[in-house]
Design a protein around this ligand. Structure first.
Ligand code: HPA
Length: 271
């Protein structure tokens, strides 16, 4: 693993003239529009990066983008890898480890999710305050690589309180309605049954989705600070469960893109 990270990092450094990003961004479903705000310096398609998996889902195009956003050097993943595509947890989280090796100190993640909290409506923006790992496994299972992080990493503040506070202030200043909440991450690919949504709500989750948790675990393991934001694209509220499709998820996410883009850009400028 260390050799792979090293090899990939060297190859990226060669292709980006030793660009050093300090912030890493993972752009989720339909949220790729943040790229338009980045002054792009280099674009590397995943196929051109050694050891990188190649993404298979429609709507996830698969490029690593280097440039500046809000005055910071950033690297953004346009297209992420999901467990339901058949990748291992190690493959899904490999890019986060490479980001760390490139110099990234803060990881910003975005995703789309289904909301169980009855106070939510479709299109709501939720700042992720915490998560519940409902994947059947964990990316840190196996021999610990001490050079990357500790065997038993602390997760008491998985999502940086400082950034949550900043994001709430940014939203308020710009009249954007946001909530905070707990994101439960699970495999998918099917959406949840009404009984599952009810179960996850009672368990303490406000929203549920199919990503983010593996990347955040690995980011915390290697000592990055994390900020996460989710767009509630559909509701799994008891008595109000709607049918949901990938297309609807993408469309609602696209509609909310400008607000989420603004929050992310302003937040990055304050990091
Ligand atoms: N469930 C799981 N993942 C999702 C959902 C959902 O309702 N909406 C968007 N991603």
């Amino acid at each position: 693993m260390l050799e792979q990270i090293d090899f990939t990092t060297k190859s990226i450094r060669d292709k980006t003239k030793n660009f050093i990003p300090e912030v890493g961004i993972i752009l989720g479903t339909g949220l790729g529009g943040l790229v338009k705000e980045i002054s792009v310096q280099f674009i590397l398609p995943y196929e051109s990066i050694p050891n990188f998996p190649v993404s298979t889902v429609e709507g996830h195009s698969g490029k690593l983008i280097f440039g500046s956003l809000g005055g910071k050097n950033v690297v953004a993943m346009q297209g992420r890898f999901h467990f339901y595509e058949g990748y291992t947890m190690q493959q899904i989280t490999f890019p986060v480890r490479v980001m760390k090796a490139l110099g990234v100190k803060t990881l910003c993640v975005s995703n789309a999710s289904g909301g169980m909290n009855p106070a939510f409506s479709a299109g709501e923006i939720m700042i992720i305050s915490d998560h519940i790992n409902l994947f059947p496994t964990n990316p840190l299972i196996g021999k610990n690589i001490n050079e990357l992080g500790p065997r038993f990493p602390d997760m008491s503040e998985a999502y940086s309180k400082k950034y949550i506070q900043s994001a709430l202030e940014i939203a308020k200043q710009n009249n954007i309605k946001v909530s905070t909440g707990v994101y439960a991450g699970l495999t998918g690919p099917c959406f949840e049954t009404p009984a599952e949504y009810r179960y996850f709500w009672r368990m303490g989750a406000d929203a549920v989705g199919m990503s983010t948790v593996p990347e955040v675990i690995v980011a915390r393991h290697c000592g990055m600070d994390v900020f996460g934001i989710s767009i509630i694209t559909d509701l799994g509220v008891e008595g109000r469960v709607e049918t949901v499709s990938h297309e609807e998820v993408q469309q609602i996410a696209r509609e909310q893109e400008p607000k989420m883009t603004l929050i992310m850009r302003e937040l990055v400028s304050k990091i």
